[in-house]
Design a protein around this ligand. Sequence first.
Ligand code: FAD
Ligand code: EPU
Length: 336
Amino acid sequence: MQIQENISLKPYNSFAIDIKARSFASFGDIEELSELITPNSKLPTLILGGGSNILFTQDFNGLVLKNEIKGIVKIKEDDEFVYIQAGAGENWHQFVLYCIENEWAGVENLSLIPGCVGASPMQNIGAYGVEIKDVFHELKAFHKKEKTNYAFDLKACDFGYRESVFKRKYKDEFVITNVTFRLRKQPVFNTSYGALEQELEKMEVKELSIKSISDAVINIRSSKLPNPNEIGNAGSFFKNPEVSNEQFSILQKEFPSIVGYVLSNGNMKLAAGWLIEQCGWKGYRKGDAGCHAMQALVLVNYGNAKGEEIYNLSEEILQSVKEKFAVILEREVNII
Ligand code: FAD
Ligand code: EPU
């Protein structure tokens, strides 16, 4: 447990932004975490998992704590479910593959999402028709000021689309130390997402399994999302915005090909990627900051872009979408 001073965070964020942290340390358990946190310190702390949902726009004048809490254990089971607890520092995709190997069903649609288990409840990660909340049982979190441990059940997390209490009400208060998932012994397949159904057909899958769903998701993601090891990015930069049915009808009259999905509350979810593409940004590049050519919702760093340049590009995109569609995009990525 060594504290390093004035180090570059470039290897620790998937946008590969080269900024410096005043101090940096890793922790492998709650005791180490507790030792590293000084509640009365004036300097801020930042908990880091895989750094795949963060944009650093300036040096961080505080202590960055990298979560390395490991371990995956089955804590109980009944006829239908197994309850699997994973350390917050476990790699998310490796955890998904481990579940598939053990035939524990429920997380296969969430294959290949970068980052760590501990960040998965932060924004209730989701993809291809499934969100963390669908398989979530409980999490444990360490309160930074009180230095005590709390348990949060599904209700207490108050999950929404890319939302949880940890992003809003309790922002920066807790460190998630482990997460327990309720996974099925007998799979209930979810292939409702259009692109997933098409990919499974293309693969000519004869007998559906959690492994084939995972393979299909990996194929789709690899075909359109840039690999952060090759091109810096943090996945979708903005959330897909929600508009009223009325606003959607008005937009549809002017833009008949607009992409939207009906939500259970009657509102419509718009595809932000479509809005951004229509404003002409797809494939745009200024210096090393750009908008990905295969997925307009993903902003990229081609090499040496500064966080500020990526942020400024996001602001230009936001303004142009507002002007053309009167829709206000909200950033999904955490700006530091
Ligand atoms: P980090 O970026 O390290 O942290 C994110 C936030 O959570 C920060 O505010 C951090 O301080 C906080 N945090 C992290 N760990 C903890 C902890 N243990 N306790 C308290 N706070 C913590 N997301 C999706 O939902 N769906 C997708 O399909 C998806 N696809 C992606 C594809 C690509 C190519 C990329 C690069 C990203 C994608 N993402 C997606 C976003 C990202 O992978 C997820 O949000 C992921 O959960 C972030 O995990 P992380 O460990 O990298 O978090
Ligand atoms: N589209 C375009 N142009 C584009 C991109 C998308 O027109 O450049 C339209 C297409 O009509 C497409 C539709 O948008 O059919 C939806 O695109 P896609 O299936 O790629 O999904 P998305 O809405 O862009 C969301 C999530 C992703 C998640 C996928 C799959 C958000 C903000 N993003 O993207 O999550 O992987 O669905 O479920 O909800 C992330 O959060 O970082 C992320 C990558």
